[in-house]
Write a new protein. Structure first.
Length: 132
């Protein structure tokens, strides 16, 4: 059995877009010979008996079970883990965030941030009394 997939015309793209800028001319004979050898190494006979269509096997098994009167076994959906909706996370992040900082220009003096005591980093002095 051989299966061929057909595509609708709206699914097929023209090749000029992808291959139009390839220079046409005489290829380098050494590169051509190398390409031919690579292709020869990868050539093989196609034997469809070597391949198993697992979908078809599972489908046939399900049909046979249904003909016997058994109900089909529906596999449970795989666990998705800790998946979050990115849009909800972004909205929550924006609702928790502070208003955007005012842009600082060189003409305007920069506002001092609210003083926070940082005893370990400032040598025991609150942040507002440190010298810069």
């Amino acid at each position: 059995m051989f299966v061929c997939t057909l595509r609708n015309p709206n699914e097929v793209r023209g090749t000029a877009e992808y291959f139009g800028n390839i220079p046409v001319g005489n290829p380098d004979p050494e590169m051509l010979q190398l390409a031919e050898k690579l292709i020869e190494q990868k050539e093989t006979e196609f034997d469809p008996k070597k391949y198993e269509d697992r979908y078809e096997v599972a489908l046939m098994h399900m049909i046979k079970e249904k003909l016997k009167g058994h109900k089909p076994i529906i596999a449970a959906a795989p666990e998705r883990g800790n998946v979050i909706n990115l849009m909800d996370a972004l909205k929550a992040s924006l609702s928790q965030s502070k208003p955007p900082a005012k842009s600082k220009s060189k003409a305007e003096p920069a506002e001092k941030p609210a003083a926070k005591p940082v005893a370990a980093a400032a040598g025991g002095k609150p942040a507002s009394k440190r010298k810069s």
